[in-house]
Design a protein around this ligand. Structure first.
Ligand SMILES: C[S@@+](CC[C@H](N)C(=O)[O-])C[C@H]1O[C@@H](n2cnc3c(N)ncnc32)[C@H](O)[C@@H]1O
Length: 279
């Protein structure tokens, strides 16, 4: 979930790779000096790992590295928890800054693939997962959808709510993460994952959360883009969504080279829309 446009900080994006793969709760208060030190040591270790050995979940490797240095098991887990928590805190801060910047570095317009898929559908309940500042949620709400969106970046949610109020629209916004948001059961006519990762950890939640006849819409970076540009977080492998969403009927699938909503030049993307069959 790291747009190329804001990837000046390689290490930070690597941290996000670790943190997005772990699922401990975020804490609001700033870290102590000792916790900061633990986090710094993790960053230093990460910088020493050859790029080809880095992956979406660095926790097992870091566990091994600490164990090899003789760190007791309980201390290893304590450190991993601190690294995870601090990474989450920094990620929220980074997205808050990104979405409240004076000069936006992303496409402020609603996602074109969402428009293509959703504009002819009858409005119902929509979930905008990792909604950011709400460009897509607002477009859906304007068409009459009842929209709920969640994101851990509280200031981005505030931007969305202010825009909704200015437009006389209603949005339900929830300060939550994929790991904590309850998708419910048979609840949504549309679930959107726009630059919000690929299928990792969400397949069951999406398939259960959709109403029969409901659809999921995904636009994400393809792994080819990640080979060319520094993109952290969850990206899509070739053919991944149609393969992963076994309970859905593929309505649309493509892997075009196109201009991403987050990024300054064309790259390979993944666009997927799948429908939950009616019984
Ligand atoms: C590239 S932005 C996409 C925002 C929005 N979906 C859009 O297309 O405009 C990625 C979003 O993912 C959010 N995010 C990062 N980690 C997350 C997590 N674990 N759970 C939910 N959202 C997360 C960020 O706060 C950010 O708003």
């Amino acid at each position: 979930m790291v747009p190329p446009a804001c990837l000046h900080q390689v290490l930070l994006s690597l941290v996000l790779i670790l943190t997005s793969a772990m699922s401990l709760g975020a804490r609001q208060e700033p870290p102590t000096a000792a916790e900061q030190q633990i986090y710094t040591e993790y960053i230093q270790w990460l910088a020493s790992v050859p790029p080809e050995q880095r992956g979406p979940d660095m926790a097992p490797k870091y566990r091994q590295a600490l164990a090899a240095k003789g760190t007791p098991a309980a201390e290893i887990e304590r450190r991993l928890e601190i690294v995870d928590r601090e990474g989450q805190r920094m990620e929220v801060a980074r997205w808050n800054t990104f979405f409240t910047a004076d000069r936006p570095r992303f496409n402020l317009a609603p996602n074109a693939f969402l428009i293509q898929i959703a504009e002819k559908r009858t409005p119902g309940t929509a979930l905008d997962a990792a909604m950011g500042q709400g460009r897509n949620a607002l477009w859906l709400a304007r068409l009459g959808w009842q929209v709920t969106g969640f994101d851990p970046a509280d200031q981005a949610l505030d931007v969305a709510q202010r825009a909704a109020a200015a437009l006389g629209l209603t949005l339900q916004t929830v300060n939550a993460r994929f790991e904590t948001f309850d998708f419910g059961e048979n609840r949504w006519d549309l679930i959107l994952l726009s630059y919000a990762g690929c299928t990792g950890g969400v397949v069951e939640k999406v398939e259960k959360g959709l109403k029969p006849g409901g659809i999921v819409v995904i636009e994400a970076f393809h792994e080819d883009a990640a080979r060319q540009f520094r993109i952290g977080g969850s990206i899509c492998a070739t053919g991944e969504p149609p393969h992963a969403f076994r309970g859905l009927r593929t309505m649309h699938y493509e892997e075009p080279i196109a201009m991403p909503d987050f990024g300054a030049q064309p790259m390979r993307l993944v666009r997927y829309a799948g429908e939950k069959p009616r019984p």
